[in-house]
Design a protein around this ligand. Structure first.
Ligand SMILES: [Zn+2]
Ligand SMILES: [Zn+2]
Length: 342
């Protein structure tokens, strides 16, 4: 075979020797200017059709430039080197060296482009700004009022749950939070997320929830509903002390159907159905529990120093309990001390 252009003999590519072929063939191209959109609120970058988070803008610029390289179908890229130079706050000059393979030819091509960073608003932030929501999760206390601490804990739990979901889905967000009826109203982006959040609160706190929906209008011939989830938290939390039929119980754990309780007299564990604990009397919280010094310890009991009289008193020790420090926790109630734990 010989080159139709220069007549050189040897292997040809489209009837040309390698030198003549590469003079007239280019495998890569990139536009002179490309616009990279960054959201002015969440600072995510638009890559193709997806908004993505970058810790460093330079990395976004490099990815964006690489994404905009057009490659001829008959070549394959084996490597792409990217160098960036910041021109000003919004412009980057990007130089790229592409290492390509065409049939058995190894080709190196250089390209240059300017990335213009444009501030914009992503659809998610646009919705948040417009107070967009499809469901409301109403979190309410029952029996007693939330303490400030508790209320904050419940809110943080809700926010971090949504944050976790938001890592996987840009559709998940809370548009706003308002205080209402001693609790919170959380305005949630989707019905699906509202339900998932309500269920998470139900299983974490042993809450009960009710769902109701109202017609908001129509979109593309379909009815649009807004769904409200009323989540009523029980009057107790884990580590609270309950009085049931003249006996004291420590709330060991809470769940979607039932709570685990420890009888503070016998130290036996038992299960209480959430539905039967709605009106329960909470007589103590972890703030009412006190540390007492252990004087001596046997298999069956502790001898402790009474927290107010400083006299030595005995308290029953549960089987298999192992003390970790110099003190144990007790709950004083109507002149008696009840063993709580470490
Ligand atoms: Zn030639
Ligand atoms: Zn955004």
């Amino acid at each position: 075979m010989f080159c139709v252009k220069c007549g050189k003999e040897g292997k040809t590519y489209s009837a040309l020797c390698p030198e003549c072929f590469l003079q007239s063939n280019h495998f890569t191209s990139v536009p002179e200017y490309i616009d990279l959109n960054v959201c002015a609120h969440c600072e995510d970058y638009l890559m193709g059709k997806k908004w993505k988070h970058y810790d460093d803008e330079l990395e976004a610029v490099k990815d964006f430039a690489a994404d905009n390289v057009m490659l001829r179908h008959d070549a394959r890229m084996s490597d792409l080197e990217i160098g960036t130079e910041r021109m000003d706050a919004k412009h980057y000059r990007v130089r790229m060296v592409a290492h390509l393979v065409h049939e058995d030819l190894e080709v190196v091509e250089e390209m240059e482009t300017t990335v213009r960073v444009r501030r914009n608003v992503c659809p998610k932030c646009n919705k948040i700004q417009g107070n967009y929501f499809e469901s409301i999760v109403q979190v309410r206390p029952s029996g007693k009022r939330f303490s400030d601490e508790e209320r904050e804990a419940v809110l943080n739990r809700s926010l971090s749950y949504v944050e976790g979901v938001a890592k996987e889905s840009r559709d998940a967000f809370i548009a706003k939070v308002t205080q209402a009826h001693g609790g919170y109203d959380l305005y949630v982006s989707t019905v699906h997320l509202g339900k998932a959040l309500a269920r998470d609160l139900v299983s974490t706190y042993g809450a009960e929830y009710k769902e109701s929906s109202s017609l908001q209008g129509q979109k593309d011939g379909h009815d649009i509903y807004r769904v409200t989830y009323l989540v009523r938290l029980p009057p107790y939390r884990v580590r609270d002390i309950l009085l049931i039929n003249h006996r004291l119980y420590l709330v060991h754990s809470t769940g979607p159907q039932s709570a685990k309780l420890r009888d503070l007299k016998s130290n036996e564990m038992l299960v209480g159905m959430n539905s039967e604990l709605r009106e329960v009397n909470v007589v103590g919280t972890k703030k009412d529990v006190v540390d007492v010094v252990v004087l001596t310890e046997t298999d069956r009991e502790f001898q402790i120093m009474h927290p107010t009289t400083y006299k030595s008193v005995e308290i029953k020790k549960p089987r298999n309990f192992e003390r970790t420090g110099e003190t144990i926790k007790v709950f004083p109630y109507e002149g008696e001390l009840y063993f709580i734990g470490n």
